[in-house]
Write a protein that binds this ligand. Structure first.
Ligand code: MN3
Length: 225
């Protein structure tokens, strides 16, 4: 049975195909997803120009980098030349994680934002962080204090069956293996500098007001059943 969960234009398909394989979340290909809103729809929190360049240049660059890296790895296997394996493995994690996180970043936001979550998501946040306000304090602090370029991440950790807040450095560092990211805040300078200059904290506060909590709740439902 195929169940499609619409996350704006970034539709994720879950379920099993005829051979029992779970359908890939990205549709089986690495492509730049369309934004689920217009480039000017998040203003004034995030300006049109910032969003347009971020999506069409930066995210597109990670998609291209991921595909190029996979091609180089295939060539290395064909030739048997593994001399570049260290750099290629790093590039695979970097561009692959960049593509995953940016795809999620666009759908972490919705024009006008949304109110704090209730339902199963609200209950889990209260259970795992103490309260929504306590979660918010931790998420904002984590996002604002990433060292260098990186991300603030709300994720579901399946071993403990709980929600966690992570900082990611670059795209691929400081994760727990196996988590499912549910909501992410990009704090690379390219995400805000043209609008906020060095005021990363102001950008993070603006991002948080744009979070699409119903969308986050849908993502959680796909991993906790
Ligand atoms: Mn970015």
């Amino acid at each position: 049975m195929i169940k499609t969960v619409g996350l704006g234009a970034f539709a994720l398909t879950f379920g099993c195909s005829a051979d029992g394989q779970k359908a890939p979340a990205g549709g089986g290909a690495y492509v730049l997803p369309k934004l689920p809103y217009a480039y000017d729809a998040l203003a004034p929190g995030i300006d049109e120009g910032v969003l347009r360049i971020h999506h069409t240049k930066h995210h597109a660059g990670y998609v291209k980098g991921l595909k190029t890296t996979l091609q180089k790895l295939e060539a290395a296997r064909t030739s048997g030349d593994m001399s570049q394996i260290k750099a290629l493995s790093r590039a695979l994690a970097f561009h692959g994680s960049g593509h995953v996180l940016h795809s999620l970043y666009w759908t972490s936001m919705t024009p006008g934002g949304s109110s704090a979550p209730g339902g199963a998501l609200g209950t889990m946040i209260a259970r795992d962080f103490g309260s929504f306000d306590a979660f918010k304090t931790q998420f904002l602090a984590a996002s604002k204090k990433v060292e260098g370029s990186g991300w603030g991440v709300l994720a579901y950790e399946p071993m403990g069956g709980k929600l966690v807040v992570l900082q990611a450095e670059k795209h691929q560092n400081l994760a727990i293996w196996g988590v499912t990211p549910l909501m992410v805040c990009d704090v690379w300078e390219h995400a805000y500098y043209d609008q906020y200059q060095n005021r990363r904290a102001d950008y993070v506060d603006a991002f948080f007001k744009l979070v699409d909590w119903p969308g986050v709740a849908k993502r959680l439902a796909t991993v906790v059943g």
